[in-house]
Write a protein that binds this ligand. Structure first.
Ligand SMILES: [Zn+2]
Length: 307
């Protein structure tokens, strides 16, 4: 049922059933507007039922899940270059502590985006350390459902953070998610991982080669706190600092605390685990490319600060 009229009708039917004043019924184009409006206008409808019918601007467009971070920003720019027009950018807002900050960053980056708001299934503060386990399937599914005419769905998962088997950024995860899409969606959505062979250092280099200024790249945000500046304590801040350092950029000013000090625990962890990964050629946790780049950055930083 991909991109067929019955596929669209099926989708509209389910949207109509779950629609409320907060959640409109999305249709692919103007032609559907009138028919959908009268379809659900029956005496049996729930009291107060009067959802809006909106044209789904994602129709047939490449859709990119954006966060204001480096990975998804690179995806967005790549999609823009590929098609010559801005892709549909979707931001999934589940009330993450950093949701407001991320949306502000997207506006600063001139990325026009649409927000899909969902209440989190539980107290988000109780998630595992800084992560919301299992969120990527939800993000992907919410975006895919929005794309009623199907198309490509791009998500930023980089080399060095895609373990083979476990977690919701793993190669196995994306492959199984695609299988679910093929079985459960009335339209065809193809998950794409355009930065899967790039590390964060590579991404920064790519943006710089594609006309971005240092200052623009540094506007991307990837801290878990959602504060104005980056915290300098979290793992994401440490990775960001090292990736900029690898590109000859000292991003120290972007953090409240210098990540090489505030994130010492992670630096030591990387030195130990990545050092061992390189020594024993076991790249099941960190990719070879990322290990070498991060170790280089640490070594280079430490040497230049000893002088
Ligand atoms: Zn941070």
């Amino acid at each position: 049922m991909l991109n067929t009229l019955s596929g669209i009708a099926y989708k509209v039917m389910s949207l109509g059933l779950t629609a409320d004043n907060y959640k409109p019924i999305y249709v692919p184009d103007e032609n559907f507007r009138d028919i959908v409006k009268i379809m659900f206008d029956v005496p049996e409808k729930p009291e107060g039922y009067q959802p809006a019918v909106e044209i789904n601007r994602a129709s047939r467009k490449t859709t990119v899940l954006v966060t204001g971070g480096l990975d998804s920003t690179v995806c967005y720019v790549m999609a823009l270059q590929k098609t010559g027009q801005p892709p549909m950018a979707l931001y999934i807002d589940m009330g993450q502590p950093y949701a407001e900050k991320e949306q502000k960053v997207l506006r600063d980056l001139n990325i026009e985006f649409k927000v899909i708001k969902k209440k989190p299934p539980h107290d988000i503060a109780k998630s595992w350390k800084h992560i919301q386990p299992g969120r990527n399937l939800f993000y992907l599914a919410a975006a895919a459902e929005f794309m009623v005419l199907g198309g490509e769905l791009w998500i930023g998962a980089t080399d060095g953070e895609m373990p083979i088997r476990s977690g919701d950024k793993s190669v196995e995860f994306f492959s199984l998610a695609q299988t679910l899409f093929d079985q459960y969606l009335p339209h065809q959505v193809k998950i794409q991982l355009p930065v899967k062979e790039m590390t964060k250092s590579d991404e920064i280099g790519w943006l710089l080669r594609n006309g971005w200024l240092d200052s623009q790249v540094r506007r991307t945000y990837s801290c878990f706190t959602g504060e104005e500046k980056h915290c300098g304590h979290c793992q994401s801040c440490v990775r960001r600092f090292l990736a900029f350092w690898n590109n000859g950029i000292d991003s120290a000013e972007d953090y409240y605390v210098h990540p090489m000090i505030g994130g010492e625990e992670y630096i030591n962890k990387y030195k130990d685990l990545m050092g061992r990964a390189v020594k024993y050629k076991d790249f099941s946790r960190y990719s070879e490319r990322r290990s070498i780049q991060d170790l280089d950055a640490i070594k280079n930083y430490e040497t230049s600060n000893r002088k």
